[in-house]
Ligand binder design. Structure first.
Ligand code: ADP
Ligand code: MN
Ligand code: MN
Ligand code: MN
Length: 360
């Protein structure tokens, strides 16, 4: 496998991280590239910003990231959210940005822009989301971290929510990421080891509207960044290992204001009715290679058919048992794949169940 195999030498770096910054702030501007990767570069600021609107716009060479042609390569970075930086630590910050073209249109890969318009148009419904981000950790050799070199661990069974040597893979990395998210103010709601050895999950939510995509993308950035320190790679591929091994999803838990109160079940049912009519449109933006995962096996529904059921992990949509019992709450869309874009997923969800944004 191509790529650098040099692991960052954090113990040497730590001597420098405590040096005085003379009042300056390192702002890591991050953005999403053409292939759902994350890029970032740093700017020195001379005072602490009060909010994203207080931060300067910036730009980058879009021809180097597949986001612009070489003859018109500037892409602009517009700050939209600020997080304390757990890597460099306070007062340094991470600045999540939208990407914009020089002609004032959103970049092709700026899915946040449309998502935000849909969320704004349906603000009174106060949409809540909770995303369950599954991922797999790989060594630099391209084989899952901790697996026997070129071989396979024992079959699935002992690894899900596992405790104990032999059953647990790479907990150090996962714990570091959890702490980093808490430090950054990400609304991370938990973690668990998954069914495939060296596969894990973290949950972010409940988040309101556009905040869901902002927090999940920043949590993904932090995961890649933490992984650098450990010399491992994070894969969001929905079927990292072919065969009788679980894939990775991005289960999307959803509720609107009227679903969360008594009598909410009829609003959940009406949402499911609308969702059943747009299965294909949803699948189209629920991540790539998802057909390798949504086979109807390994706790998934089939990619070709829409289905739902109470406590059914083999359906497209699951209504949690507790919610069915109470008669209100939320539902879980199990279709999105781990590499899906949360802006696209939450955007189409609210468009389908609440209605689209007025045209620009
Ligand atoms: P699972 O049982 O499918 O593994 P998890 O506990 O991993 O579920 O994740 C559930 C997610 O749903 C969490 O992120 C949680 O914050 C979120 N959630 C809980 N209540 C709601 C709600 N009313 N609306 C939207 N999301 C919710
Ligand atoms: Mn879960
Ligand atoms: Mn899971
Ligand atoms: Mn789930």
């Amino acid at each position: 496998m191509a790529g650098s195999t040099t692991i960052s030498n954090t113990s040497n770096l730590s001597k420098f991280t405590s040096l005085d910054q003379n009042g300056c702030i390192m702002a890591e501007y991050i953005w999403i590239d053409a292939v759902s990767g994350i890029r970032g570069k740093t700017k020195t600021l001379f005072k602490e910003p009060a909010g994203p609107e207080d931060l300067p716009e910036w730009n980058f060479d879009g021809s180097s990231t597949g986001q612009a042609p070489g003859d018109n390569s500037d892409v602009y970075l517009r700050p939209v959210a600020i997080f304390p930086d757990p890597i460099r630590q306070k007062p340094n910050i991470i600045v999540l940005c939208e990407t914009w073209n020089p002609d004032g249109t959103p970049n092709k890969y700026n899915y946040r822009h449309d998502c935000n318009r849909v969320m704004e148009a349906n603000k009174e419904q106060v949409p809540w989301f909770g995303l369950e981000q599954e991922y797999t950790v790989f060594g630099v050799d391209g084989w899952p971290y901790g697996w026997p070199k070129g071989g396979f661990p024992g079959p699935q069974g002992p690894y899900y929510c596992a405790v104990g040597t032999g059953n647990v893979y790479c907990r150090d990395i996962v714990e570091a990421h959890y702490k980093a998210c808490l430090y950054a103010g990400i609304k991370i709601s938990g973690i668990n080891a998954e069914v495939l050895p060296s596969q894990w999950e973290f949950q972010v939510g409940p988040c309101v509207g556009i905040e869901m995509g902002d927090h999940l993308w920043t949590a993904r950035y932090l995961l890649h960044r933490v992984a650098e320190e450990f010399g491992v790679k994070i894969s969001f591929h929905p079927k990292p290992i072919p065969g009788d091994w679980n894939g990775s999803g991005l289960h999307t838990n959803v509720s609107t204001a009227e679903m969360r109160v008594e009598g909410g079940m009829k609003h959940i049912e009406s949402a499911l009715e609308k969702l059943s009519k747009r299965h294909k449109e949803h699948i189209a933006v629920y991540g790539s290679d998802n057909e390798l995962r949504l086979t109807g096996k390994h706790e998934t529904g089939s990619i070709d058919t829409f289905s739902y059921g109470v406590a059914n992990r083999g359906a497209s949509i699951r209504i949690p048992r507790e919610c069915a019992h109470k008669g209100y709450g939320y539902f879980e869309d199990r279709r999105p794949s781990s590499n899906g874009d949360p802006y696209q997923i939450t955007g189409i969800m609210i468009e389908t169940i609440c209605g689209g944004a007025p045209s620009e």
